[in-house]
Design a protein around this ligand. Structure first.
Ligand SMILES: *[C@@H]1O[C@H](CO)[C@@H](O)[C@H](O)[C@H]1NC(C)=O
Ligand SMILES: *[C@@H]1O[C@H](CO)[C@@H](O)[C@H](O)[C@H]1NC(C)=O
Ligand SMILES: *[C@@H]1O[C@H](CO)[C@@H](O)[C@H](O)[C@H]1NC(C)=O
Ligand SMILES: *[C@@H]1O[C@H](CO)[C@@H](O)[C@H](O)[C@H]1NC(C)=O
Ligand SMILES: *[C@@H]1O[C@H](CO)[C@@H](O)[C@H](O)[C@H]1NC(C)=O
Ligand SMILES: *[C@@H]1O[C@H](CO)[C@@H](O)[C@H](O)[C@H]1NC(C)=O
Ligand SMILES: *[C@@H]1O[C@H](CO)[C@@H](O)[C@H](O)[C@H]1NC(C)=O
Ligand SMILES: *[C@@H]1O[C@H](CO)[C@@H](O)[C@H](O)[C@H]1NC(C)=O
Length: 662
């Protein structure tokens, strides 16, 4: 009975003993051997690859095992007449492979998808075969690859951005294929050798690759940018060339003729008078040449060949020269200037070829949403009618670039040239307060609930106060479309487009174009101030309370602005009429609405000195919020499980002893 019971155990013991024994003595990469045999039996090859199945796989030609002979780590079969496709479950099974060299064969088809199992692969030599299909996606997971040679095949399609997951890459060889499209911004830091020549690539060369020689890019359809000649601008319309009336062809032809006749006369007579004439002509010619040089319109805003080699500092020194000479060729040496602590690393060329979508045409220019190839999304604001010199522009940018606050949309970079002034901001996918309040009310639209409005108002107030206090920057363009929502709920909103007024002439500055939010005194003084910001912010609060756009005609009387309208309604008879009907569904918020209305009315006082400072506005709003927070009333909106309606706090909180009612 006992023996019977222990019999299975005994056999198990014997079996494991056998395994151990087998392992020690034969020491053969059994699974890899099977995969290799499977490979060689399916792929026709030259006869010198005669893997004798009675030998150890580790002794086969082209096969190298690790020190314990448990797995194959190198497979080198170059130029052995392999033809046809690599079958699945063969080389892809060699999971410990470090080096794979199959170059100079006749392999066809795609690289099998099970190559993604080869996680330890360091070197891949597949060049000079007849592989086809897209860039092998199974390789883009193999993050240890250092050297990847796919050259001399028939690969086609895009070079994927996912190449960047090969962070160890030092050599990338894609030449002599049929890759098309643009070169992605490939930037493994250690890349020392790279070649994409003789493909069908077009577009601009990413800055990360501009250090490689011309021969690494030659033989493509239409590549441009450093180290090749600069690109034509594809993102923005190319800057309008200088007025054509300046073109001097008649003068040019004349002086050329004069030169030749002058020379003949000089030879004939050789007098001092003619010499003087020659001198004069020479001078004329020189002048003409100079003129032509300066009139040549800059085709792309940035010739990368000059920009990349210059530092920001160098570009800065040229700016003073620009200011003196007006528009000179020096101006083209500008580049995208990033502020410290930024999170982006792209260049103007990347930006110019990003896919762009117009977000809006505002008072200062057009905003684009630009999606860069690597997936980064930024907002590019293209300023129009900038009326300051480069130096003034740069010094204002320096101030604005320092504004870093969670309620302020950071300015990340700027670009200034004679023809183009660009600002780069973070993209806020959640949209603007304006869209949320007045956007199209299709399906999926939910009215902005009271809590959310309060939080947006407070966070926007904090942003403006930060600009005023920390940066001494007047926002100058406060309006609902410049209050952008953040997705992180605790930050709520940020203000954008601040501090741009000083870049424009008085008549075209944004605050003078935007009615509705403009403080009455700005109409005359044409200058925005901290107090005019407070007025604009007051209008914004009224907009949140009433749900009416300040420049909207539906305010009853024509030509009446929102503050006057609210005042008139309130004066005549205190009714709930002023408030947004959407807010009527929430209970127990009247008191807060009235408090906020009082703050708003203080902000829109006609006399600037009667308006509170922005930091006081913040404090008043915080005070009013604190009462509610202590009540526990604010909880509901933080809880996504609760709908936007049914904002009904328990009655006992209303009557709780710590309720402070001013
Ligand atoms: C390759 O690996 C797969 C999965 O591990 C296995 O099913 C298959 O039999 C292997 N092929 C060879 C030839 O070893
Ligand atoms: C394989 O090797 C064995 C001995 O190791 C040898 O007898 C046999 O001839 C070899 N077969 C071939 C095809 O070379
Ligand atoms: C591994 O295989 C090779 C080739 O068959 C052999 O020379 C070597 O002794 C083996 N090493 C071990 C540790 O088994
Ligand atoms: C390779 O990456 C893809 C996604 O790109 C993923 O689904 C797959 O699991 C990865 N494979 C390996 C072996 O890491
Ligand atoms: C290269 O790709 C283009 C399409 O991008 C195709 O028309 C052409 O035939 C291909 N050339 C070769 C040699 O495969
Ligand atoms: C590059 O070529 C593709 C077609 O192969 C075309 O769709 C694309 O617009 C071209 N891009 C540029 C910048 O020329
Ligand atoms: C790139 O490849 C082409 C074609 O093979 C060759 O002529 C050129 O010299 C290579 N350039 C570099 C930098 O390797
Ligand atoms: C730039 O545009 C001009 C004319 O618009 C054209 O002749 C030239 O080939 C273009 N250059 C590039 C690199 O696309």
């Amino acid at each position: 009975m006992a023996v019977f019971l222990h019999l299975p155990l005994f056999t198990a013991f014997l079996f494991s003993l056998f395994l151990l024994h087998h392992h020690r003595v034969i020491s053969e990469p059994t699974q890899d051997r099977q995969a290799l045999l499977s490979f060689i039996s399916q792929v026709p090859h030259a006869s010198r690859i005669s893997w004798n199945s009675s030998d150890s796989a580790c002794s086969w030609i082209g096969v190298t095992c690790d020190s314990t002979n448990t797995s194959v780590i190198y497979l080198r079969l170059p130029g052995v007449g392999l033809v046809g496709q690599i079958p699945p479950n063969t080389i892809g099974n060699l999971t410990q492979l470090r080096v794979l060299s199959l170059h100079s064969n006749g392999l066809t088809g795609g690289v099998p998808s099970d190559f993604s199992n080869l996680a330890f692969l360091r070197s891949v030599y597949l060049q000079d075969n007849m592989f086809s299909g897209g860039f092998p996606s199974s390789l883009s997971n193999l993050t240890r690859i250092m050297r990847l040679d796919l050259s001399g095949n028939k690969f086609s399609g895009d070079i994927p951005f996912s190449i960047n997951s090969l962070t160890q890459l030092t050599g990338l060889f894609l030449q002599n294929n049929n890759f098309s499209g643009q070169i992605p911004s490939i930037n493994p830091g250690g890349l020392v050798e790279m070649n994409v020549s003789n493909n069908q690539l077009n577009g601009s060369i990413p800055r990360s690759l501009s250090r490689f020689p011309v021969s690494a890019f030659s033989g493509n359809i239409n590549l441009c940018g450093n180290p090749l000649p600069p690109c034509n601008n594809t993102f923005f319309p190319s800057p309008t060339p200088a007025p054509s009336s300046i073109e001097p062809p008649p003068l040019g032809k004349k002086s050329k003729k004069k030169l030749s006749t002058g020379a003949i006369v000089a030879i004939a007579v050789g007098s001092a008078l003619i010499l003087a004439l020659l001198l004069l002509i020479l001078l004329l010619c020189l002048r003409r040449k100079k003129k032509q040089q300066s009139k040549q319109p800059p085709k792309p805003p940035l010739p990368a060949s000059t920009a990349a080699s210059r530092s920001v500092a160098e570009a800065g020194t040229s700016s003073s020269k620009d200011d003196l000479t007006g528009a000179s060729a020096e101006g083209e040496r500008n580049k995208l200037v990033f502020f410290d602590g930024g999170i982006y690393s792209f260049d103007l060329e990347d930006l110019l070829r990003a896919s762009a979508e117009v977000l809006g045409k505002g008072s200062v220019g057009t905003s684009y949403k630009a999606v860069l190839e690597e997936g980064t999304t930024v907002v590019v604001k293209r300023l129009k009618d900038v009326a300051v010199t480069k130096k003034e522009f740069e010094s204002q940018m320096e101030i604005l670039g320092k504004m870093k606050n969670e309620n302020v949309v950071p300015l990340r970079a700027f670009y200034y040239s004679k023809d183009e002034k660009l600002l780069v901001y973070d993209y806020m996918p959640a949209g603007s307060l304006s869209a949320l309040l007045h956007g199209s009310r299709g399906s999926g639209w939910t009215p902005l609930d009271w809590d959310h409005r309060m939080r947006i108002a407070l966070s926007a107030a904090r942003g403006v106060a930060y600009l005023h206090v920390a940066g001494k920057v007047v926002h100058g363009n406060i309006k609902a479309s410049n209050v952008l929502l953040r997705q992180e709920t605790n930050k709520d909103a940020s203000v954008s487009d601040f501090g741009l007024n000083s870049l424009f002439s008085v008549s075209s500055s944004p605050n003078n174009r935007v009615t509705g939010y403009r403080a009455p005194e700005v109409l005359e003084s044409r200058k925005v101030t901290f107090k005019s910001d407070v007025y604009s912010f007051g209008v914004l609060l009224l907009e949140l309370l009433t749900g009416k756009a300040p420049n909207q005609a539906s305010l009853g009387e024509e030509g009446i602005d929102l503050p006057r309208w609210v005042q008139s309604v309130v004066r005549e008879e205190w009714t709930a009429e002023v408030f947004d009907v959407e807010l009527m569904r929430y209970q127990n918020i009247e008191e807060e609405m009235v408090q906020l209305l009082q703050i708003a009315m203080a902000c829109v006082a006609t006399v600037p000195d009667q308006r509170p400072a922005m930091q006081e506005v913040v404090r008043m709003m915080e005070d009013m919020n604190r009462v509610e927070t202590d009540d526990g009333m604010r909880q509901s909106s933080d809880d996504p499980s609760k709908g936007s309606d049914g904002h009904t706090p328990p009655t006992e909180t209303r009557n709780s002893p710590n309720t402070v009612t001013p």
